[in-house]
Design a protein around this ligand. Structure first.
Ligand code: ATP
Length: 202
């Protein structure tokens, strides 16, 4: 898959809708300190399903919404849309036949965030699994943020294992196993309940 475009609106320092085209090859983002370079990468990570507000340099997820400046009123809505190209056969169903994917995440003050994949409502977990799957294989996408290299060197063995699993693209399998285990537990409870009822009838 190729990350082709990022549309950012009302997110952090991006009060107005801004489109960043990601062309083939190396892309650099330049500008003075504090102009919002890191916010571009954070927008990308947020659209990919980042669930921890602290990884977004905030305390609440709503902190990503444009908070206003001396001359501009704050916003109530932030939306980031990421366009991926050449995704045929790479995403999990029902998106495995799509040649392009448009993943968007939106957050509104007071009502939390929601996701869409090619216009269809999706859960955070679906989007996370989708990117975990895309990270497998030779064309893996990886996100290495400031301080991460040092963190890898100093990490405890189990933390390093988690990073390696992420790089190997098997993180999505853990999430699926967890989901399957929850379903199994619910089914077992239903069975036990059915047995109880049967016992009462007999
Ligand atoms: P540096 O390289 O020094 O880290 P940078 O270009 O990466 O700088 P960022 O850290 O991405 O800059 O951007 C920080 C800027 O974004 C600050 O000016 C900050 O005020 C602004 N900002 C962050 N969150 C919001 C928000 N919710 N609303 C408005 N502005 C915000």
């Amino acid at each position: 898959a190729r990350f082709a475009r990022l549309r950012i609106a009302g997110f952090k320092s991006f009060a107005d809708a801004t489109t960043v085209e990601i062309l083939p090859g190396l892309t650099g983002v330049i500008g003075p300190n504090g102009c919002g370079k890191s916010n571009v990468v954070e927008a990308l990570r947020w659209a990919m399903g980042e669930a921890n507000a602290r990884n977004m340099r905030g305390t609440e997820m709503e902190d990503v919404i444009f908070a206003g400046t001396a001359g501009r009123a704050s916003r109530n809505l932030a939306e980031v849309t990421l366009t991926l190209e050449e995704t045929l056969g790479l995403a999990p169903p029902p998106f495995h036949e799509a040649a392009d994917l448009e993943i968007s995440r939106k957050i509104e003050r007071g009502s939390g965030s929601s996701y869409r994949v090619n216009g269809k409502e999706a859960r955070a977990r679906d989007v996370q699994t989708l990117f975990a799957d895309l990270a497998s294989g030779a064309r893996a996408s990886a996100m290495i943020s400031q301080g991460r290299v040092g963190a890898l060197v100093n990490a405890r063995p189990e933390e390093r294992r988690a990073l390696l699993e992420e790089a190997a693209g098997i993180t999505g399998l853990h999430a699926r196993r967890h989901e399957a285990e929850l379903k199994l537990k619910a089914a077992e409870q239903n069975l036990a309940r059915a047995d109880d009822l049967k016992g009462q009838i007999e």
